[in-house]
Write a protein that binds this ligand. Structure first.
Ligand code: CA
Length: 241
């Protein structure tokens, strides 16, 4: 029985966690406990494998051991954040030093837990970081004369409502959340299309949506907001020319 069924709630998609831990016994215990709490759990034992997995599948949170062979947890975390991957991360560290905590939080961890820890504490922290990941998204975003309201799912440009499909809205909102940053097609496939097991590339689908969105957002406006960065991806920002 899942946590949701026990609580009598509508069964929804189980939250997916990526556990990155090289010690097999610890990883197995984490998997068992988290699955018992209703999570869908994927375990990776190295930083390389974790990073590869994060590049192609969506997760609600990552439980990341800092002490890994090869590419360590801190490197995985730093690279994730540099690539604009903002999945909440709970860092596990055996090293109870202030330095580790500061470095981990500076590198973009949402929280950390020092080993050994009580399982109930781990569950509480995971719940908190996963919720923060969703709750931290702003309801209203304004860029130049474009405004986007997530609660009503409406957008307008210079006061004129934009007629957007659901997917076009999601795409615009994601770009606006990362305003000024270049977002790759792979990131859009994962974060907007929620495509976790891609057999064929979504690049053409994404390009079509971008060009429709650009027509709706930028046509007849002197400032172009939806930018293509050749060979890299797209960005929502004011035209620099
Ligand atoms: Ca370890």
């Amino acid at each position: 029985m899942t946590a949701q069924e026990r609580l009598g709630e509508e069964p929804t998609r189980a939250a997916r966690l990526l556990v990155v831990e090289d010690e097999e016994k610890v990883a197995a215990a984490l998997r068992k406990g988290l699955e018992r709490d209703g999570y869908e759990v994927v375990v990776e034992g190295t930083g390389e494998d974790a990073y590869f997995r994060l590049g192609k599948e969506g997760f609600d949170a990552v439980v990341l051991d800092l002490n890994l062979p090869g590419r360590d947890g801190l490197e995985v975390l730093t690279t994730m954040r540099q690539q604009g991957l903002d999945t909440p991360v709970l860092v596990l560290t055996a090293r109870d030093s202030l330095d580790d905590r500061v470095v981990g939080l500076d590198a973009g961890a949402d929280d950390y837990l020092v080993k050994p820890f009580a399982f109930a504490e781990l569950l509480a922290r995971i719940r908190a970081v996963a919720r923060r990941g969703r709750g931290a998204e702003p309801g209203e975003i304004t860029v130049e004369s474009l405004s986007i309201d997530h609660s009503t799912r409406r957008a307008d440009r210079a006061g004129q409502p934009l007629e957007l499909t659901a997917k076009e809205f999601d795409l615009l909102y994601y770009l606006a959340l990362h305003v000024g940053q270049v977002v790759s097609r792979d990131t859009l496939a994962r974060e907007v299309w929620r495509d976790t097991a891609r057999s064929t590339t979504l690049d053409n689908v994404i390009d079509v949506h971008i060009s429709r969105l650009r027509r709706k957002v930028d046509q007849h406006h002197p400032v172009r907001l939806i930018q293509t960065v050749r060979g890299v991806g797209f960005a929502l920002r004011e035209d620099s020319e």
